[in-house]
Design a protein around this ligand. Structure first.
Ligand code: SF4
Length: 225
């Protein structure tokens, strides 16, 4: 039976995207296949973690009052790095709604678990904010599979966003018919961008793709985890 390293398990309120305000249980997986400039997850080698097999993790989750919970959020890190574990674990919590937060680069691993997932919150990584090389071809492959389920794409951006990136995001979202959520990069509890800039970015997206919304990270304003 496979085991997985889990950084933390907690109950809180979803603070990003269209499901803002819903109460969830969060399971934060260790490790990621990317290294984004704005990442706020601690991947230090000596980081604290617990190891679980699928039954132990399901047992741990069932200690919460599930009648208050909208869904179980698999987050990270990158949960799909643990696809083998998830294939064993997710059938054990099949009575719960499963919300997968992913960097949307591991299409081959998504295939393994998509039947068990209800909602996919997928990133589109733009180089100007993430510092990564262009990931659009990975995202394209990913959305081809992800769109079988409820899915939306989150674009974290900052003052360096450019028109090419905007066009690529809109083309990708239009091709797969998925909502785009623009999320201003936040380092603390304050938004470091003017309302003019935020409106300008939103307008540039809307001109190319109408199914776009601007939603900041709300949990930071609310002092939630
Ligand atoms: S994909 Fe997410 S967890 Fe991985 S490095 Fe980027 S921000 Fe961090």
């Amino acid at each position: 039976m496979s085991k997985v390293r889990i950084k933390e398990i907690f109950s809180s309120v979803q603070g990003e995207g269209p499901y803002i305000g819903y109460k969830q249980i969060f399971v934060r997986f260790c490790n990621c296949n990317l290294k984004c400039n704005y990442c706020d997850t601690d991947f230090a080698p000596n980081q604290y973690f617990d190891e679980f097999d699928p039954f132990e993790l399901a047992q741990c989750i069932r200690k919460y009052n599930l009648s208050l919970i909208h869904s179980l959020s698999l987050t990270g890190g990158e949960p799909l790095l643990s696809n083998v574990f998830l294939k064993e674990f997710l059938p054990l919590v099949a009575d719960m709604k499963i919300y997968l937060e992913t960097n949307a680069t591991l299409a081959d691993r998504l295939i393994d678990v998509i039947d068990f997932v209800d909602i996919i919150a997928a990133d589109i990584k733009i180089p100007s904010a993430s510092g990564l090389a262009n990931s659009f071809s990975f995202h394209d492959k990913f959305f081809e599979i992800a769109k079988r389920k409820e899915c939306f794409a989150k674009v974290v951006f900052n003052q360096n966003i450019n028109q090419n990136e905007i066009a690529e995001c809109c083309n990708l979202a239009a091709k797969h018919n998925i909502p785009l959520i623009l999320q201003p990069q936040m380092s603390s509890k304050s938004l470091d961008f003017s309302s003019d800039f935020l409106n300008d970015v939103l307008d540039k997206f809307l001109l190319l793709y109408s199914n776009t919304r601007l939603i900041p990270q709300v949990h930071k304003f609310l002092n939630l985890q």
